[in-house]
Design a protein. Structure first.
Lengths: 301, 301
DNA sequence: GTTCCGCATGAATCGATAG
DNA sequence: ACTATCGATTCATGCGGAA
């Protein structure tokens, strides 16, 4: 196993099974094969996994290219390790989309969900990422693909979720409704008595903020970096705010364009990133360091 | 088999296997069990199937209640017959969504896709219906569900698709895509002028038309009427315009609120509808007759 | 004739309670 | 332990009546 650590620690000491030193694993981007690295990470230490693995691709020389027919068997050992390192109340968000193969949507995502359930994962939810500016193109038998899946898996039914952190403004319809509450609303408010912390007031104030749905409307980021971002910063940002609190540990086993680790740092979460390609790795290190530097500067001001 | 035919023909004659009389099957809503009726319909006569079958539901006394664990085995004989009656270049659009069972998304939709592929169906595409007004509610472990699948299946790689019929304006207007070309707008234009119908629309939105994506943004129709629709008229309308031309035959094996047949009539397509519940059947007959009546009146003006 | 406003109504889900 | 029922929660839309 060939490890390379981004910051002060340059080698990984043999982890102590009974009491792993978690500091060793925090805020690192690690160069190496995803499965190898994962196997060396202690169990039950990660609060959230957000990742966008390399797409299945029949072309051989593509980055991370895995043939669609081999995708499930390639991913299952990885998801097994992810399940182990994830805390019981943690969450795994998998951003993925099936490719078109032979004029059909391939079924590897469907099969992957079924197989991961056999591993013990709970398939809690499927968020939909609507890509407002999707890739252009024209085909005779299909339209442009403007959405991707964000599959939510959990170890158990009870997991951490901080819904208030991602509330959104109410629609315009609420302006008229806020003026006069209808009789039914009043009755409903009256019916619930006994909440100790002035929940009624919270409901009043909360009128201008509502909980979002399981559909995310985000534009893809068209940056002019050498590598294209797998997803916009708002995507990991939304899930990090929703499923972790400050200081929690976020894991991205396929760093790629580094979005998840950068966002985690900006949101004062810890991170572990894994990247197999050294040039992407170098870019990721530089970006994270830039964020850390600016964050430090901000703190000094 | 107990048949009841909506219009002038009150009994179905034994179909001639070698040369079925298609007129017998056009513009009918048939009361009876979906599978029974389908088995009596000649092969290779339908251009498009658009339907929204009853969702899997553990409640027994509900309309169409099928337990999630039994859903696939219940649907497969039906999809087998649908495959037979569909033309080779026809399309099957299946509107469906998995329910939450035991805090998890059930997998019957995934399994259904895999099993239908074994039947010979091609899983060409998965359109996304974003429900702008989804069901309210708050839960500690999930947000409101604001999207449903519209699965596209085909008999073969080559199928009829009229992409120009569903082009949408560019720019900010495009957010409300289909609203801009709603049926009411068209009907209003129709009543004003009559003949130069297409030209007027072209003048109004004529420039900067682009092809849509595979994401549809539509609100559900929840009227104050006694009978509300499972999906908005724009949904079948969009697929009917995309996959059929005038005079083509559209099949909805689960009529329910009758949306598909009404829209097919309004768009000058033929239809076959199947409905098992007699009260829904009666409503469907009334609604289709109302459309036919108003359409006739328009033509006379 | 417009615009505004009140109101009913959704392919829902969870947790507690009861059998 | 396992299943069935019930109450509580919540927000966007279109209709119809009123200003």
């Amino acid at each position: 196993m060939n490890l390379s650590i981004s910051t002060e620690i340059s080698t990984i000491s043999d982890q102590n099974e009974s009491a792993p030193n978690l500091e060793e694993w925090r805020n690192k981007i690690i160069l190496g094969d995803c499965l190898d690295i994962l196997q060396s990470i202690p169990s039950n230490i990660v609060d959230l996994i957000v990742t966008s693995p390399p797409y299945a691709d029949s072309r051989k020389n593509t980055y991370g290219g895995v043939h669609p027919d081999k995708y499930v068997e390639w991913f299952l050992p990885i998801s097994q390790e992810l399940k182990r390192v994830l805390k019981d109340d943690g969450t795994f968000i998998l951003n993925i989309k099936e490719r078109v193969v032979n004029s059909e949507r391939h079924t590897y995502v469907l099969e992957l969900i079924l197989e991961m359930k056999k591993q013990g994962w709970l398939w809690t939810e499927e968020f939909m990422w609507h890509k407002r500016n999707c890739f252009p193109g024209k085909w005779s038998n299909r339209f442009r693909d403007a959405w991707e899946r964000c599959l939510q898996f959990n170890n158990q039914k009870k997991f951490n979720m901080y819904q208030e952190e991602v509330m959104v403004p109410t629609g315009d319809w609420a302006k008229s409704r806020l003026k006069n509450l209808s009789e039914t609303d009043k009755r409903r408010d009256n019916s619930k008595v006994g909440s100790p912390f002035g929940k009624k007031v919270a409901n009043w104030v909360g009128r201008d903020l509502v909980y979002p749905t399981n559909v995310l409307h985000l534009a893809t980021e068209c940056n002019n970096k050498s590598h294209s971002a797998a997803f916009p910063k708002e995507l990991p940002s939304w899930f990090i705010k929703l499923f972790t609190k400050e200081g929690d540990l976020v894991l991205d086993p396929f760093v790629g364009s580094d979005t998840t680790c950068v966002v985690a740092t900006e949101l004062n979460r810890e991170y572990i990133g894994i990247e197999i390609k050294s040039d992407y790795y170098d870019l990721a290190i530089a970006e994270v360091n830039a964020v850390n530097k600016s964050t430090t500067q901000l703190k000094l001001l």
